[in-house]
Structures are given as structure tokens and as C-alpha cells.
Write a protein that binds this ligand. Sequence first.
Ligand SMILES: *Cc1c(COP(=O)(O)O)cnc(C)c1O
Length: 319
Amino acid sequence: MVLPTFSDVQAAAQRLRGAAHVTPVMRSTTLDQRHQAQFSFKCENLQRMGAFKFRGAFNALSRFDAGQRQAGVITFSSGNHAQAIALSARLLGMPAVIVMPLDAPQAKLSATRAYGAEVVLYDRFTQDREELTRKLSAERGLTLIPPYDHPDVIAGQGTAAMELFEQVGELDLLLVPLGGGGLLAGSALAAHAMSPACRVYGVEPEAGNDGQQSLRAGRIVRIDTPKTIADGAQTQHLGEYTFGVIKNHVADVLTASDQELIESMKFLAERMKMVVEPTGCLGLAAACHGKVPLQGQRVGILLSGGNVDLHRLAQWLSS
Ligand SMILES: *Cc1c(COP(=O)(O)O)cnc(C)c1O
């Protein structure tokens, strides 16, 4: 297993040039004063298809050879990775097959189809999605791009933090939402090269702290699917590649509760005029609830995505 390095992140940034948005960095005087710190928010909620996942997907698909392009890509996901693969495949002119559960929200099924992907449905209770994916991939010669545990996906995700350091210079700490670890691993590679003294923290839902346990135990710890509103971080374990990078370069993993995520979502909507999905609020939630000292620090917060069901958003904001 060859772990990705910062030069892979730089190569990914070249491939993404002109395809991904250079997302803005926002500041908040209110928060700076409240915590005696300087916050910089990297707004990947404003990335194409609404999350940083476009970066990893587009980078991975850009590396396909002619044969792979002609046959196409396959993945299993009901979240942002599905839409990231579907959009990237359309932009690069290749077929995409997305394996999704029968009971996935209608909005996600139609968004994925609208990007031109073929959606194959499976029954979560009677069918194994990985087996189905492998069968389709073998039959049709499709290349599997998983949501996080792939060197090209990690390198692509790392371009968000790379861009942040280009925009604001060095930071003292960087807080990154953590699911399977693609975003955190890529961010850590960028920080290590561009801001070596920056401490990089992953933040995951309190209900599922497998990443925290894994980092502290020095091996990948597996848990049951956690119950949390942070649906982009409901992973059961880190990947081999992601953990390989994370254990070398990440200071620690913090957690945030659903209630803390809702408070951060409200702050971002009310004070900063931004829609950020619960998973995207993990970094801010950890910062605002005293999980790490902030005084006098330059603090980077990665807002990872903004895809949220409007009815649920309305409920959270008015709760
Ligand atoms: C996928 C996702 C994450 C977690 O990313 P990993 O690379 O799996 O750790 C965080 N936030 C959002 C919005 C996501 O879609």
C-alpha cells in the first residue's frame, strides 16, 4: 500500500483547475471577539454539487485511462459522494452507475439521476451492496471509486485545505469534519507541507467516535452505524489509506453532539448567512464548545458541505 503524499495533492489541484470552484474564505468578527481568536471558514458548502466531495471524485475519474473511461465508473453511496461521482462522470463524458438503497430519499435519487447517472436500487434488508457492486463492476468492466479509501480521492479532498492555506497563509489549528477520513487525510497532507506547525484535528459525531478510538489505540476500531444528524459522518470505520495518513499527521480527534451541531448550524445561518449541513458544522461545533484552546490562535474551520433537506433545516433552525 503506497500512501498519498502532498505532491499528489498538488497534482490533483492541477487537474481540478477550471473544473472545481475556488471556494471563498469567510470571517466572523463576532466569533473572533467571543473567542479572542482569528477564524477563517473554508466554504466548501459553496463547492459544485454542494460539498468538497466533487474534488476527490473529479480527481479520481480524471486519472482513468481510455478503456476505463469508455466502460465508466461505479460506486455505492446515498450521500454527497454519489452526486460527486455522477457530476464528475458527466463532465468527463463517461457512464456512471450508482448503487443506492431502495429507501433512499427521493430528492437524492432524482438529484443523482439528474446528473445523468444510472441508479441501481438494492434492498438494504435482503441484498449486500458491496456484492452487488462487485458483480455489476465485473459484468460491465466498471471501475469502482469508493467514497474515501482511495489515494486519488484523498489527494483530491486535500486540495480544499491546500487552497485555504494559499488564501490565508499559515494557521495554528485546523478543524476538519471526519467520516471515513478522506477529507481529514488530505487536509493533513496539505497542512504538513504548507503550514507545518498547524495542529490538524478531526471532528466526528459524539455518537460515533470510532476515529478518536482508532487514533488513540493505533489501529482501526469498528463500531455500529451511529445515530446522528451528521449523515455524512455515519461511517463505521476509517479506511486503510486514510488511517495510514491520519495516524502520521493528525493531532487528535474531537467530538460534537447533535445539539452542538444544531447551535452551529443556527449561528452560520443567522450570523453568516450560510446554509451548512449538520456534518459540515462539526469543526465549528467543536471550536465553540471548548474542545480545544483557541485564545490567540489562527483557526481554520472547514465547512465541508451544504446539502440539507429544507424541511429538516427549517425544523432545526426553529428548534
Ligand atoms: C463525506 C462528508 C464528510 C466526511 O468526509 P470523509 O472523507 O468521509 O471523512 C464530511 N462532510 C460532508 C458534507 C461530507 O459529505
